[in-house]
Design a protein. Structure first.
Length: 287
């Protein structure tokens, strides 16, 4: 790719979501090291000339090639359609959108996480147990990646539940596959809608976990004390907090394989705050 080339953003082999022009040279941006599981640090800036997110352009099946994610498009119905797009000088001079990387994030050591939790009042014994559990979960996750990927049931049983137990959740306040929820966490007993504190939705490892938030949100709405959602694939965790009657905002994100202090791409906090926000006693104390 080079500056001035046109690019087509597609889904599958028949749907186009956007057409843009590459602006400038290659960049490496570490903040894109985990975009819902994708490592996308290799960056080219694009000025979007046609936006079809709300109304995609569709073609016959296989008008776009199968295979690699990035391919050359130099002929066929899609190329002919691009040539007819009305691109004005005003569109060509539109300034690029600023990337959400104003504050560079950094990778955290387990020692830094331990000190953060201790400063927040977490007991030394609990921190030691949590650190041990994180190391064990990383070993299990690497084994899964070398062999067969776990099912959602295995993800919950062998990756999610052990981490939540280490954070202080007891079996009495955890219910697996409860009323169409992968994992329900309760403020107190009995385990019912009135006491439902957190909805946890799990996806298979290496699948998009943040896409599960809509399902979690739909179930949480109308539950009086449910102010948190957790979406996860067993390694990556997104913690959402209620910001309105039916609105949840991503508060913190954590990848056990890449523990970062913040995520400018998501405009949210990192591993330290994600661990705290998944604990039973945590309360949001800021806007």
């Amino acid at each position: 790719m080079k500056s001035g080339d046109f690019v087509v953003l597609r889904i599958g082999t028949s749907t186009v979501l956007g057409v843009g022009e590459i602006v400038g040279g290659y960049e490496w941006i570490n903040d894109f090291g985990d975009v819902d599981g994708w490592d996308l640090q290799h960056v080219r800036r694009v000025r979007w000339l046609w936006n079809g997110l709300a109304n995609p352009k569709t073609f016959n099946t296989y008008d776009l090639k199968q295979g690699d994610t990035t391919q050359r498009l130099n002929e066929g119905a899609v190329a002919q359609w691009i040539a007819t797009l009305p691109v004005t000088d005003e569109v060509l001079s539109t300034p690029l959108v600023n990337l959400p990387t104003g504050k560079s994030s950094k990778e955290l050591s387990i020692e830094e996480i331990s000190e953060f939790l201790f400063d927040k009042g977490v007991a030394s014994g609990s921190i030691t147990q949590l650190v041990h559990e994180i190391a064990e979960l990383k070993r299990i996750a690497k084994w899964y990646q070398r062999s067969d990927k776990p099912s959602e049931h295995e993800t919950v049983a062998y990756l999610v539940v052990p981490l939540l137990r280490a954070l202080g959740w007891t079996p009495q306040r955890m219910a697996v596959e409860w009323n169409r929820v992968d994992l329900a966490l309760f403020a107190q007993l009995p385990r019912n809608d009135v006491n439902l504190q957190i909805v946890v939705e799990a996806k298979k490892m290496d699948n998009s976990c943040l896409s599960a938030v809509s399902q979690a949100r739909d179930y949480a709405n109308g539950k009086p004390v449910c102010h948190r959602l957790i979406v996860t694939d067993g390694i990556r965790y997104g913690t959402y907090v209620r910001k309105g009657v039916e609105d949840f905002k991503l508060y913190a994100y954590m990848n056990l394989a890449r523990l970062m202090d913040s995520y400018p791409v998501y405009d949210c906090k990192g591993a330290n705050d994600a661990l705290l926000a998944m604990a039973p006693e945590w309360r949001l104390t800021e806007n």
